[in-house]
Write a protein that binds this ligand. Sequence first.
Ligand code: SF4
Length: 380
Amino acid sequence: MTANLLDFDLEGLAALCESLGEKRFRATQLFRWIHQRGASDFEQMSDLAKSLRGKLQGAARIEGLPVITQHESADGTIKWLFDVGAGNAVETVFIPEDDRGTLCISSQAGCAVGCRFCSTGHQGFARNLTTGEIIAQLWFAEHFLRKHLGTAERVISNVVMMGMGEPLQNYSALVPALRTMLDDHGYGLSRRRVTVSTSGVVPMMDRLAQECPVALAVSLHAPSDPLREHLVPLNRKYPLAELMQACTRYLAYAPRDFITFEYCMLDGVNDQPEHARALIALVREQGVSCKLNLIPFNPFPASGLTRSPQKQVQAFARLLNEAGIVTTIRKTRGDDIDAACGQLAGDVQDRTRVGDRIAQQRTVMLTPVSGNATAPEGRP
Ligand code: SF4
């Protein structure tokens, strides 16, 4: 099996070039062709020596993920379902706004954390994505969108690792993907514009701070250990006090001077004034510099939970803002295509059904990129 070059950050690609008897700087040229120009064919790489192109043909490939479906919402949000083999699929969502284009990327097929309000959690865990499968989502989306929107300029300005999976439980594949996003020869995104969202894998938060400190979002969802254990089972392993201390440690290295806390608003469960007061006390007690995002819950049948009424969400936000905690109520996007947060698994209840859906949809596979559903074409 040849090496898929999407699996390598620049350092890894340089080592590969050396193993082929080539100078390390060739890796930079190659990296730019792949990530900045979306090339998938070595023959397109006109400034690489023919001999190197020949070696690469024999030893390597550039292979994205097959697109199963693509849906575009009336508000411009686009959701892709990618086939990652063995009946598994992952979702990627592009969210356009006036001043930015954000891509929400998956890190695992399914998820082992099992948060109660998350439809991905209800699917169970299939496997970790490889670095190549993580970066393929950005590679595909960026070059597809440039064509779709008829621009040569960068379209995706922000990446959030908030799709399917717990990114910090797939750390070794995540970090090279993050490095490729940040690399000036890759996507050139600033650390402030790449966000890893975690349910609170404390030891890996510390490693990320040391090795690749990007912006951090923490899925909080509850102000006390008993409630958080109920909603985010990982809390049993890393309780709130430990999580808050890890946030404080992370801030010493973070590109932003705050942690974003995500809080999914669940009717009658965590949205009452006493929860807001407990949250204020928790943040004050632990002294974590933070902003809070209140997320509307996207109901799915197996959850047994319902979305908090808007009045309740506003009252909750008011209490927090009055206490000096900057709190934003997240708008839902892509509602008509089930692309909003927590709906990344769509109507899928288990992995078997994902497999069924792939089997059915292969026959009607969309091919958004001209003639090739798996890879953007190069733009030499
Ligand atoms: S919210 Fe995130 S960590 Fe929790 S089950 Fe869903 S994908 Fe996993």
